[in-house]
Design a protein. Structure first.
Length: 183
């Protein structure tokens, strides 16, 4: 005589696996749900940076929290505890403990500015709305690397050591940086 439990357990296991697969977020049909995103606070509301910054002109992120401001000066005043990436004199005084990389949309450090402070990870700029959008930069106390794809790729040939800055990108690199790495 065959035991019914012999057949019920395997059927239940298959049913559970099918339900788990069907409910999996990786199977989402909307591509926007699968793309990484950075939500920043700006004047009491939240903005999805990849969709545009609106009236914000300066944003900062430590990899956990992102905040945006109407100007770089407003960001500097609000983020008082963070060293300015412009202060290259700090670079030799710290053991790279206070990183701050600033990427600018315009040449000569103009336009919108994205400040990043997270270290030891390749940072994809697309979720910040800054993919292929860098025309000048300032490197803070920690050296950085710039790449032309969202996960590394060709290394930017210009100087990105601690304290370096450039009012324009090396030839062929204007609006080409897609990811960065801060050491």
């Amino acid at each position: 005589m065959l035991s019914i439990t012999r057949y019920v357990r395997p059927i239940a296991a298959v049913a559970a696996a099918v339900l788990t697969f069907a409910a999996s977020p990786a199977q989402a049909s909307d591509p926007a749900e699968q793309e990484p995103t950075v939500i920043a606070s700006f004047e009491g509301r939240s903005i999805r940076l990849a969709d545009g910054w609106g009236e914000a002109r300066a944003c900062t992120s430590d990899g956990q929290v992102a905040r945006c401001y109407r100007s770089e000066a407003e960001m500097d005043a609000a983020e008082d505890g963070l060293p300015s990436a412009q202060d290259a004199d700090l670079a030799p005084l710290v053991d790279c403990g206070l990183p701050a990389l600033r990427l600018y949309r315009g040449g000569s450090w103009g336009g919108g500015v994205l400040q990043l402070t997270v270290r030891y990870t390749v940072i994809d700029l697309a979720p910040y709305g800054f993919d292929n959008d860098t025309s000048s930069y300032r490197v803070g106390a920690c050296s950085s690397r710039f790449y032309d794809t969202n996960s590394g790729g060709t290394l930017y040939p210009g100087n990105t050591t601690a304290g370096a800055s450039s009012a324009s990108m090396s030839s062929g690199w204007d609006n080409r940086v897609s990811s960065v790495y801060i050491t």
